[in-house]
Design a binder for this molecule. Structure first.
Ligand code: FES
Length: 142
């Protein structure tokens, strides 16, 4: 009987400990959110980097390049644009390009695929443009 009592006591301690960890994690998360105002676009792609090829970018849509942290769009046929894929809300990566907008699935922000401007918050500023050129079928940063 006494060992059962000890087990119960131990569980209380464990649960209490997890609660404290949860609070610590929540506080750490808040601190991280506050650090996001440094900005800078978040893209470290060097000039001359081939991002993708034109056939990979649908007209009226785009592709999110996770490794490069760049989203390449084709608003109208033959017109290509590129923006940082780092959302201006909390610096997480946007998820997709559909229905004429770049979607950030993290909190629901949307950006115009032709300008990078915010079309729906909570993001408060546009995605920074990444300068590109089309060389044959290659889309390359400049
Ligand atoms: S990080 Fe994109 S909407 Fe929050």
């Amino acid at each position: 009987m006494s060992s059962l009592g000890q087990v119960r006591a131990s569980r209380r301690i464990v649960f209490h400990g997890l609660g404290a960890l949860g609070v610590a994690a929540a506080l750490a998360g808040c601190a991280g959110d506050d650090e996001g105002d440094g900005g800078g676009g978040g893209t470290d792609v060097e000039s001359g980097t081939e991002l993708t090829t034109t056939d990979q970018v649908p007209v009226g849509g785009g592709v999110v390049l996770v490794d490069e942290k760049v989203v390449v769009t084709q608003p109208t046929e033959g017109e290509f644009m590129a923006f940082t894929a780092v959302c201006t809300h909390q610096q997480l990566l946007v998820g997709s390009v559909e229905d004429g907008v770049i979607h950030c699935d993290n909190h629901g922000s949307e950006f115009d695929l032709a300008s990078g401007e915010v079309t729906k918050g909570p993001a408060g500023s546009a995605l920074a443009e990444v300068r590109i050129e089309v060389d044959g079928d290659r889309i390359v940063t400049t």
